[in-house]
Design a protein around this ligand. Structure first.
Ligand code: F6R
Length: 607
């Protein structure tokens, strides 16, 4: 979703602004813009479409100022048209603002400003902000005071960056519930809605906290508490950011690249942690809370979307291997739920981006509760990584396609490592450790055989609906498989526990409603096969994912995908790949925009 950049320094601002916006493209957006101080005025260039178009447009009349702001917009209030793209300005074009988040009381503010004679040109909530600052400036003649006064009125969530003709050497920033980072380099200060755009210039970063604003200029940065107006001292921290790999390395798109990176992702998540010789799992990120972990008798996993489904796999793993009761909740529900949590409960958030608004809000709800908070996060230095007491990074590297694939695999790997780490007496402990070590090679075999999955996906791509079923460890895979198919191919898909079929979904089945069934070896696989039989009896077509080509499941299915046999606890890691590839090839056959499916954003930074 929306991305923000800002620059103050001795170089031309637009170089950082445009490069930075490109780095933030992964978040998903529909329009982009920059504004810079040019002499004693501010000039903005905005486009609907990609940063590449913004570059072209800017090239016609290059920006040369050395103070500026930029934005990629994912529309919430107002359609995708140039007038709604950021930066937004007040009616006299003296204050320009970029904003990430939602101003919940914008209508109230707008009516007030209209009554004072202010006028508006866009349909956005953001436009009230520069006008409100202008209003306060007209009363105080002081930019800092005007900015502060405006912020005090705003309700909702924001990361804001502002430039003004009244203080042309400064950049103003503020944060409430949406992340904002300031990079401190030689002779320049860089702003980003995360640390990724900043990383190309410096790794010394300061993160604003909620309720803080800062003034940036050639002399440095000054942080202030918005409410008390007191200044806050905060030194920079050195952030390790994995170099974003911009290249497709010969792949057609990021989704196929990232699916193919899944085995490397598992290796990377295990590196230095899985000690096969010593039969040990070492998790440095949990060392600090090792003592507290001994008293934990329940874990609540909180996440959204694919990360939530990884959490459901984690539930099975932690309960079976570590013997700890686990409950998994969607962050959007957890945040608004009234639920008693005992001090012996730990809350574990799972997030690829570390910036998902609902997951952040869920953690915030626990402030001051004394509950131990843990994280399985991919993006180092992200908000969630910083908010949790301890955690284990996924180390999957940047994920750019909107549809999460390699991150899911890495999250499940980390769950498995944590479960093994916390287990004391699990009977198959050594067996799983040995198998994990060789798992990436087996995953590579599935990827090598992707042509067969491609043919199947193409064969079924004209279906309007799809059902995904599985039991136990394959149940979250069914949910995740259905999500992946719907989000990138737009084919309607539902995931169900196979045992639930007779409780409703079976009514959907006919010859036009195919089923993607996980029928992998386990002591309950015969039960799934019975469910498949019930589907066949009603004329439904079945694609089964099997690990034995002579199994009853393979015989019963219309088509099957064969994957290597592994212990049931490892099946989600290898079993996710056929679902990812199936969705990918179906979407490709249908000519979808694979990496940027309609209506979706990579990083969901608003509620
Ligand atoms: C689906 C997908 C989303 C994310 C969800 C949570 O392919 O990518 O469902 O999993 O938005 O995002 P993170 O993991 O960044 O918190």
């Amino acid at each position: 979703m929306c991305g923000i950049v800002g620059y103050v320094g001795n170089k031309i601002a637009k170089d950082y602004l445009l490069d930075g916006l490109e780095t933030l493209e992964y978040r998903g957006y529909d329009s982009a813009g920059i504004a810079t101080l040019e002499g004693d005025t501010i000039r903005a260039t905005k486009v609907v479409g990609r940063v590449e178009q913004l570059r072209k447009e800017e090239g016609q009349n290059p920006h040369v100022g050395s103070v500026g702001i930029g934005h990629t917009r994912w529309a919430t209030h107002g359609g995708v048209v140039t007038k709604n793209a950021h930066p937004h300005h007040d009616m006299n074009e003296e204050f320009f603002v970029v904003h990430n988040g939602i101003i919940e009381n914008y209508e109230e503010i707008k009516s007030f400003l209209l009554s004072k004679g202010y006028s508006f040109y866009s349909d956005t909530d953001t436009e009230v902000v520069p006008n409100l600052i202008a209003y306060h400036y007209s009363k105080t003649n002081n930019v800092t005071t005007a900015f502060q006064a405006a912020l005090e009125t705003l309700r909702g969530a924001y990361a804001l960056t502002m430039i003004t003709t009244h203080e042309p050497e400064s950049l103003y920033v503020a944060k409430l519930s949406s992340p904002l980072a300031i990079g401190v380099a030689d002779d320049e200060l860089l702003v980003g809605s995360d640390a990724l755009p900043i990383a190309s210039r410096t790794q010394d970063v300061v993160f604003l906290e909620d309720g803080e604003m800062a003034v940036l200029n050639q002399e440095g940065y000054k942080i202030l508490d918005i409410e008390t107006k007191k200044s806050i001292e905060r030194a920079t921290e050195f952030i390790e950011i994995e170099e974003a790999d911009g290249g497709l390395r010969g792949f057609d798109d990021f989704m196929s690249k990232e699916i193919n990176e899944a085995p490397a992702t598992v290796r990377s998540a295990m590196l230095g942690r899985l000690r096969v010789e010593e039969k040990l799992i070492k998790l440095g990120g949990l060392e600090l809370v090792e003592e507290q972990l001994r008293y934990i008798d329940r874990i609540v996993v909180v996440a959204c979307g694919t990360s939530y489904y990884a959490g459901l796999v984690g539930e099975y793993l932690l309960e079976e291997i570590a013997g700890i009761p686990v409950e998994v909740q969607q962050a959007s529900e957890f945040r608004y739920r009234t639920e008693p949590l005992s001090r012996s409960t730990a809350v574990l958030v799972v997030s690829q981006s570390g910036e998902t608004a609902d997951t952040i809000a869920a953690l915030k709800k626990l402030d001051g509760s004394g509950i131990l908070t843990l994280g399985i996060v991919n993006a180092p230095g992200s908000t969630l990584a910083r908010m949790t007491d301890a955690g284990v990074y996924c180390h999957a590297g940047p994920e750019k396609a909107v549809a999460s694939t390699k991150a899911f695999v890495s999250q499940v790997t980390v769950f498995l490592l944590i479960a093994l780490h916390l287990s004391k007496t699990y009977k198959d402990y050594e067996k799983i450790i040995n198998e994990l070590d060789t798992l990436p090679q087996l995953m590579e075999e599935v990827l090598k055989n992707s042509t067969d999955i491609k043919k199947l996906a193409e064969k079924y791509s004209d279906s309007k609906d799809f059902l995904y079923i599985g039991r136990r460890y394959s149940f979250p895979l069914a949910l995740e498989g259905a999500l992946k198919l719907k989000e990138i191919s737009y084919i309607h898909a539902e995931g169900f526990a196979a045992g639930e079929m007779k409780h409703g979904p079976l009514a959907l089945i006919d010859e036009n409603f195919p089923t993607f069934a996980y029928a992998l070896s386990s002591d309950i696989n015969e039960k799934t096969i019975s469910n498949m039989q019930e589907i066949k009896t009603r004329g439904g077509k079945i694609i089964a994912v099997v690990d034995d080509k002579n199994s009853n499941a393979a015989k019963l299915a219309d088509d099957y995908i064969l994957i290597p046999k592994v212990s049931e606890q490892l099946q989600p890691l290898i079993g996710a790949l056929p679902a990812f590839l199936f969705a990918y090839y179906a979407a490709k056959k249908l000519g979808r925009d694979i990496d940027k499916p309609r209506n979706l954003a990579k990083s969901v930074t608003v509620e």
